[in-house]
Design a protein around this ligand. Sequence first.
Ligand SMILES: NC(=O)c1ccc[n+]([C@@H]2O[C@H](COP(=O)([O-])OP(=O)(O)OC[C@H]3O[C@@H](n4cnc5c(N)ncnc54)[C@H](OP(=O)(O)O)[C@@H]3O)[C@@H](O)[C@H]2O)c1
Length: 194
Amino acid sequence: MIPDGVGFEAAAGLPLTGLTALRSLETLELTGDDTLLIHAASGGVGYLAAQLARELGATVIGTASPRNHKKLTAIGVTPVAYGEGLVERVREIAPDGVSAVADFVGEVREDTLALLAEGGRHVSIADPSVEEAGGHWVWVRPDGARLHMLLEKVAAGTLDVEIDRTFALADAAEAFEVSMAGTANGKLLIDATR
Ligand SMILES: NC(=O)c1ccc[n+]([C@@H]2O[C@H](COP(=O)([O-])OP(=O)(O)OC[C@H]3O[C@@H](n4cnc5c(N)ncnc54)[C@H](OP(=O)(O)O)[C@@H]3O)[C@@H](O)[C@H]2O)c1
């Protein structure tokens, strides 16, 4: 059952992204003593993981396009631009490296290993080969009981689910195009009742 105070869009946008974010942090055994680097912190999974990590008290550095930096600062995350020079930019913020890395985009393994302090842990949801480098591969399917726990956080106002737009069923092709273009800011939903 959806808790009072959770709207249709938040409830529809949360399942896979929220549970993947949660499982990733649990696999990392993240605590408030950690400095966590999130690759793709402004995406569907990353934005939720960033909020959950901050709730635990961790220091969070998140990669995102500059247009999304304000959004990350607002939830207590230090934003950095991804791409060329990422390792140097993160080192300026965390000179001793980070204790945990969550990869939510893939193809960032070298940067992860360059930034991870000794004994650090790392997970990926987008690169199964992470296990060859001592990391953990996270693969999630929705689970009702755990989802309810996240919905309670949404109802309490401590977890924000970002929705870009809701399309009517007749506009599903347009939704697919926006999704493929990678320009959405938050989840794209299709409301089959419209
Ligand atoms: N293993 C699992 O169980 C599982 C579950 C869910 C999703 N996934 C996979 O995980 C990935 C992320 O899912 P999502 O729903 O979070 O996707 P999403 O909402 O589309 O977000 C992707 C984000 O990646 C960022 N990005 C693009 N290129 C980047 C780069 N080179 N470095 C860092 N960030 C970059 C973009 O940030 P900007 O907009 O700021 O540029 C964008 O916000 C997808 O590949 C998805 O298929 C896996």
